[in-house]
Design a protein around this ligand. Structure first.
Ligand SMILES: Cc1cc2nc3c(=O)[nH]c(=O)nc-3n(C[C@H](O)[C@H](O)[C@H](O)COP(=O)(O)O)c2cc1C
Length: 207
């Protein structure tokens, strides 16, 4: 039995295509893995606060050495990290905004990137060698984008700071098994977008 964490990052609700992708994923996965459990983590419609000075003052202090005040600085981060670690499979639905990710998702990632919790320096001192602390995890990134051609050797590949960043940053945490499925062409609409949607829905249903 696996624990699946569904993370949605679009600031749109009913009109969101990335939410539709995570919904199709969940329905399909449930059908094939009826014993798995699902948790929803919202980072688009509900605000995840950005990290701040208090957060930094606590995050880099060992838990036993924290004052009461600096414990509060990381209280939400502790909750999010605990939830994240408790799950085995992550399904992340996200738009591309300005060639990157929505700010709520960035805040969420900043809250999760905790030294000695999700990653560490190999030697214990800043040495540029990062070791991920999450093992045996799997992630599906289901993205939605207005334009297309964002693949590695495609015309807009150099503008893709969305899936490339996500793969990199979750990789630093130790998540190496990451599958990316992107629904493109949203801004063109019409037959082209309908075709893209059908293809992507089918690919998700085949997982
Ligand atoms: C503020 C904003 C910025 C966007 N930036 C880009 C972009 O840089 N590249 C792109 O291909 N599409 C861009 N889009 C289009 C979205 O990626 C597309 O509408 C996507 O379907 C949004 O996700 P959602 O349907 O889950 O809300 C942008 C849309 C918005 C609202």
């Amino acid at each position: 039995m696996n624990k699946v964490l569904i993370i949605n990052a679009s600031v749109r609700k009913d009109k969101s295509h990335s939410r539709k992708l995570t919904q199709i994923f969940e329905e399909n996965w449930k059908r094939k893995n009826p014993k798995d459990t699902f948790t929803a983590r919202e980072v688009g419609l509900e605000e995840i606060p950005p990290i701040n000075e208090k957060w930094i003052a606590s995050a880099f202090v060992k838990p036993l050495e924290r004052t009461k005040e600096n414990q509060y600085g990381v209280a939400l981060s502790d909750t999010l990290v605990k939830e994240f670690k408790e799950h085995d499979i992550y399904v992340l639905g996200t738009p591309m905004y300005n060639w990157s990710i929505p700010s709520g998702l960035k805040s969420y990632i900043d809250q999760l990137m905790r030294i000695n919790e999700t990653w560490k320096f190999r030697s214990g001192e800043p040495d540029g060698d990062y070791v991920g602390l999450l093992e045996n995890k799997k992630m599906f990134i289901l993205s939605s984008r207005g334009d297309t051609g964002y693949g590695e050797n495609e015309k807009n590949g150099h503008m893709n700071f969305q899936t490339t960043y996500l793969k990199f940053v979750f990789g630093i945490m130790g998540i190496k098994d990451i599958k990316i499925i992107s629904l493109d062409n949203e801004e063109f609409g019409g037959a082209l977008f309908e075709k893209s949607k059908n293809e992507i829905y089918q690919r998700i249903q085949q997982i």
